[in-house]
Write a new protein. Structure first.
Length: 265
């Protein structure tokens, strides 16, 4: 059953770097209070912000959700780095649902009074990605330290960048990236196009692709991203927002996420 909530208070602030997110999250007090009176059959437009790595799965979830609720129109989902989306929300961008690639970024949105505590619906891990027709000398994280290679990573403020840093630090590997991208899709695009020799992306990003090759590095199973989702307190369509979150958390939603390679919470 959808969770009752009332609209929360908008706090206008700017998230500027990975240091800002935990600071805001650490100052959390209160959040979105209870709201009652959701409709059994929602209708109207629904705006969803979601981490870039969720694109394939959430596009499919949106289609199935509309089939179950024909009166709801899921607008084209806004995909980007989770920290970028969180910044937009805190600065006042309108949305009904937010799905992040890590809990820290979601905590900042909750701390700003924009959402009730979120629920984790999926997990993901990192892989080394190389072009399908190259990268034959790259097999481990240590290989990424070769200065002759062009390696691209997500920026540290982005969940995939924070996870990449944790994975490399744990392995004792220092990498000088050629660029730091604002979302995981940008890393994958550069590697697939041959603009980079290697990168670190989520395992789900390379699923079903034939233009790249994935290598599971040692220790990847110990660096797990947990994906939370929440209906926003100032959602323009709270009934549809609650219904969409409930659908993502349902068995039917879990089946779609499984198909796209996401792990269970």
């Amino acid at each position: 059953m959808p969770r009752p909530r009332v609209p929360g208070r908008r706090t206008r602030a700017v998230l500027t770097a990975s240091l800002v997110l935990p600071l805001i999250a650490g100052c959390a007090a209160g959040g979105v209070a209870a709201r009652s009176g959701t409709a059994a059959d929602p209708s109207g437009p629904l705006t969803v912000f979601a981490a870039a790595s969720l694109r394939g799965a959430f596009d499919e979830l949106a289609v199935e959700f509309e089939q179950r609720h024909p009166s709801v129109d899921v607008r084209p989902i806004s995909y980007d780095g989770s920290s970028t989306l969180a910044t937009q929300l805190i600065e006042g961008a309108p949305a009904d649902v937010f799905a992040s690639a890590d809990e820290q970024t979601m905590d900042a949105v909750v701390a700003a009074g924009l959402a009730a505590p979120a629920e984790v619906f999926a997990t993901n891990t990192l892989v080394i990605v190389v072009p399908a027709t190259g990268g034959g000398t790259i097999e481990t994280l240590d290989d990424l330290a070769d200065p002759s290679l062009t390696v691209v990573l997500c920026a540290p403020a982005v969940p995939c960048g924070a996870a990449s840093g944790t994975l490399l630090d744990a392995a004792g590997v220092a990498v000088e990236p050629a660029s730091l991208e604002q979302n995981v899709t940008a890393v994958l695009t550069k590697v697939a196009a041959g603009e980079a020799d290697a990168g670190l992306v989520y395992a789900t990003d390379v699923r079903g692709r034939d233009d790249v090759r994935a290598i599971v590095p040692a220790g990847a199973d110990r660096v797990v991203n947990r994906y939370p989702i929440a209906a926003l307190g100032e959602a323009a369509n709270p009934e549809a927002a609650d219904a969409f979150v409930a659908f993502v958390l349902s068995e039917a939603g879990r089946a779609v996420l499984d198909d796209f390679g996401f792990g269970a919470p």
